[in-house]
Design a protein around this ligand. Structure first.
Ligand SMILES: [Zn+2]
Ligand SMILES: [Zn+2]
Length: 343
């Protein structure tokens, strides 16, 4: 499989046209594509502003002119993961086929978890936003309203005036598929997911597995519950252990690495990792390569360079030879099929 990052930024796009300070790691929000080894299908994960760039690539190559067969997955409905969808040009062209997969949040036991987190957040007004707004929006009261099945319709609903054209303007064939709990999606890649409730309003992380080939796990918005609850680096909570099992021996793990250890102390419960704890998670999952992603809008290239060096050194200090990188927009990672050793 070939994995390409089209957007690595978290929270909000960060163009740097004045000082070019974000061109190395990129300013577009989350979008990644995967091309399986022996298939023409394209797997797309998330529709941050990076999906516009992917769409332009597909138009340029001609694939987007009616030949595209794509499977589209979404981690969650925060703006930085859906805002680019109306600008994905191939969706407007007849002949293209997009199979959109949505997990069913109603099937998860999220209501109680959300309520618990809300209670916890209300009791601990530790950040400025909570002080000014009363509470941060941790623990959405109605997880069904986040159902990604409706995301595309919501983003492009003319009545809501978010965007001047509606989903009906998209002439591609868009099929919606609902995924049941623990369901595997079969195809050139086998796709599975797990629901996570430490990210505000919920999140789904995904695994893409190629038969006789590589595997990629994507968890761009992830906060370790073990570290959050105990404050002890390396401590893995119940949800961490679930994640570690899910991501076991993946060739490539994209994992939330938004904060330095200092930043994390001021941003607990915001749903993002401290880079050192991210290294612990990757080590416990025994992955081959770790790509830290969801870069903070206030981290410019020089800061991200320093964070990458810090993370590499920290991983070494754990006696691990896992390769650590900070994800870059435009970067392609090639995970080849496993060589057939039986001659
Ligand atoms: Zn995000
Ligand atoms: Zn988010």
């Amino acid at each position: 499989m070939k994995i390409k990052s089209h957007g690595t930024r978290g929270s909000v796009p960060t163009p740097s046209t004045e000082d070019f300070s974000t061109v190395k790691y990129g300013g577009n929000t989350t979008c990644v594509s995967i091309r399986p080894e022996n298939s023409n299908e394209l797997y797309i994960l998330d529709a941050g502003s990076g999906i516009r760039v992917l769409g332009n690539e597909l138009m340029k190559s001609g694939e987007g002119l009616g030949k595209l067969v794509a499977r589209f997955f979404i981690t969650h409905v925060h703006w930085d993961h859906v805002q680019g969808f109306p600008f994905f040009t191939p969706a407007y062209l007849p002949g293209n086929v997009i199979n959109a997969y949505a997990y069913d949040a109603r099937l998860q036991d999220t209501k109680k978890a959300f309520a618990d987190q809300q209670k916890q957040a209300d009791n601990k007004p530790t950040d400025v936003m909570r002080k000014t707004t009363g509470t941060r929006a941790i623990g959405h009261k109605d997880p069904e309203s986040n159902h990604p099945k409706n995301v595309m319709k919501d983003v492009m609903d003319t009545k809501k005036k978010y965007f001047p054209v509606g989903l009906e303007a998209m002439a591609a064939t868009i099929n919606f598929h609902e995924i049941r709990k623990n369901e595997e999606i079969q195809g050139p890649l086998t796709v599975t997911y797990k629901f996570l409730n430490t990210h505000p309003q919920g999140y789904a992380y995904w695994r893409f597995q190629e038969e006789n080939g590589g595997s990629m796990v994507f968890a761009s918005d992830y906060e370790s519950d073990g570290f959050l609850k105990t404050g002890v680096k390396g401590n893995l909570g119940e949800l961490d252990l679930q994640f570690v099992k899910f991501a076991q021996v993946a060739d490539v793990l994209f994992l939330d690495g938004q904060y330095t250890p200092e930043q994390y102390q001021k941003s607990k419960t915001w749903g993002h990792n401290d880079i050192e704890q991210a290294c612990h998670l990757a080590k416990a999952a025994n992955v081959k390569m770790l790509y830290l992603t969801h870069h903070d809008p206030n981290s410019d290239d020089s800061k991200l360079d320093k964070m990458e060096q810090h993370a590499k050194a920290f991983m070494k200090s754990l006696d691990s030879d896992i390769e650590v990188f900070f994800a870059k927009e435009g970067q392609v990672i090639d995970v080849p099929l496993v060589a057939n050793t039986i001659l």
